[in-house]
Write a protein that binds this ligand. Structure first.
Ligand code: HEC
Length: 119
């Protein structure tokens, strides 16, 4: 049983990474350091699952909270805007995360949200 589980995650991880690469490639081209983006996106994905999914839903589609992948932004959709939404929070019920997560982790969340969305 254990072996099968291990095997599955060994297969799943590269596949997920591949998907992440192909998505970011489409949006940002290949000029930005690809391995950096890849690292950010996968780190961001696990932080997202841990901290954000319960409100924003799997894959950022919203739920009780705003959709993060439809390209519509209440507070703006540039990297800086999204960073600010996460770091400082927003009045309608979005907590602030700068103390808990810090700059690097928030940046990887921004990369992850970008990799998901149409923005
Ligand atoms: C307790 C529920 C909750 C959690 C947890 C949460 N959010 Fe939010 N988030 C909200 C709400 C509610 C809003 C809308 C705030 C408003 O409209 O003023 C929001 C807004 C946002 C926005 C701005 C959306 C826009 O349209 O401009 C972003 C980006 C965002 N959240 C990202 C995240 C990320 C990344 C995390 C994980 C670190 C996270 N949120 C965790 C509830 C949450």
């Amino acid at each position: 049983m254990k072996k099968i589980k291990l095997l599955r995650s060994l297969i799943l991880v590269p596949v997920l990474l591949l998907i992440a690469v192909s998505c970011t490639e489409e949006k940002t081209g290949t000029s930005a350091g690809q391995t950096d983006i890849l690292k950010d996106v996968s780190t961001g994905a696990s932080i997202y699952e841990d901290k954000c999914l319960k409100c924003h839903g799997a894959n950022g589609q919203g739920g009780i909270c705003p959709n993060l992948v439809d390209g519509e932004w209440k507070y703006g959709g540039t990297d800086e805007d999204i960073y600010k939404s996460i770091a400082e929070g927003r009045p309608g019920g979005m907590p602030n995360w700068d103390k808990e997560l810090g700059k690097d982790k928030i940046n990887s969340l921004v990369a992850y949200i970008r990799s998901l969305g149409t923005s």
